[in-house]
Ligand binder design. Structure first.
Ligand code: 2NE
Length: 271
């Protein structure tokens, strides 16, 4: 792994290897709980990886083997509707990151060792795939600590593991080990901790062998109905992008620029 140059992050690490970017929560003293600044940094790195054409897959993980992420840092949770940044402004920017993970056109893979809890576990859920170590533990704590995620955190969980199980997760605030999470369909694979990185990278390399456009459109398709009109917008944006790459699409642009009537006659009206 090589650190990506040009960034000075305090709360995350951002590095890369052969087509794979890795973004790591780096607050191990609080089991990688996030504060607003942490999430801003993750979003900055995610956007950079998104626009770097040499990156095909992004891993989201936590530093160390004790925690992926334990959610919002309760020590900076304020009384004014969110988590306080260093200027005292309150944020719920975990929700912004959730949307960015979903709308990132490249696969995002959660690599989980240790705790995946609270808002951290919702981020894990929203990654496209999750590879867990055998020491991973998953759960929601919201109703215990006076919080909840009634958006993707409830809705996508219900779609992922079923409504009854999702209600159990939120209503009981229990913790589930990696094997239980696998059986529920919450995650994709469990491996011994010592093999976590190798296995995750192997999954990423497999995706790097495949068509990036096919993966991009499939990701959008999986999210389209649950994202409503904005999901359809993303899916449709892929159609526009592909159309722009055709002679038919380019004929319209060329005719406009050349101040002539477009000639679409040579393009077939397919059944
Ligand atoms: C994760 C868990 C179950 C681990 O328990 P354990 O016993 O293994 O560790 P411990 O001793 O609790 O944690 C180690 C240190 O990390 C801090 C702890 O306070 C402790 O610090 P010291 O006592 O050593 O100084 N720590 C852990 N998680 C933290 C957190 N989230 N914020 C601040 N400090 C934290 C156990 O630690 C646990 O249950 N943690 C809390 C999980 C939690 O409730 N997260 C917030 C959920 S709400 C949320 O994330 C959210 C949302 O619902 C909506 C929008 C945005 C965010």
């Amino acid at each position: 792994w090589t650190p990506v140059e040009g960034f000075t992050f305090t709360d995350i690490l951002y590095d890369r290897t052969d087509g794979i970017a890795r973004i790591s929560f780096n607050r191990p003293h609080v089991h990688n709980a996030f504060r607003p600044e942490t999430l801003e940094e993750v979003m900055k790195a995610l956007r950079h990886a998104r626009f770097d054409a040499s990156i095909g897959v992004i891993i989201l993980t936590g530093v160390g083997d004790k925690a992926f992420c334990s959610g919002g840092d309760q020590s900076v949770r304020g009384d004014n509707g969110g988590y306080k940044d260093q200027e005292g402004v309150h944020h719920l920017n975990a929700l912004d990151l959730q949307r960015e993970i979903r709308s990132c056109p490249k696969p995002v893979v959660a690599m989980v060792a240790g705790w995946s809890i609270g808002g951290g576990n919702v981020l894990q859920l929203l990654c496209d795939l999750t590879i867990a170590a055998d020491n991973a533990r998953f759960g929601q704590t919201g109703p215990k600590v006076g919080s909840f995620d009634a958006g993707f955190g409830a809705g996508i969980l219900a779609r992922t593991i079923g409504v009854k199980k999702a209600k159990e997760v939120w209503f009981m605030c229990r913790q589930y080990d990696a094997q239980q999470a696998l059986e529920m369909g919450w995650i994709n694979a469990v491996v011994p901790l010592s093999q976590l990185e190798d296995e995750t990278v192997a999954w990423c390399r497999r995706m790097l062998e495949l068509s990036p456009t096919a993966l991009r459109i499939l990701k959008t398709a999986f999210n389209a109905d649950s994202d409503g009109m904005s999901g359809i917008q993303e899916l449709a944006g892929n159609a526009t992008a592909l159309f722009y790459m055709t002679e038919e699409g380019q004929e319209g642009r060329n005719a406009f620029l050349e101040k002539r009537t477009p000639d679409f006659d040579r393009f077939p009206r397919r059944p």
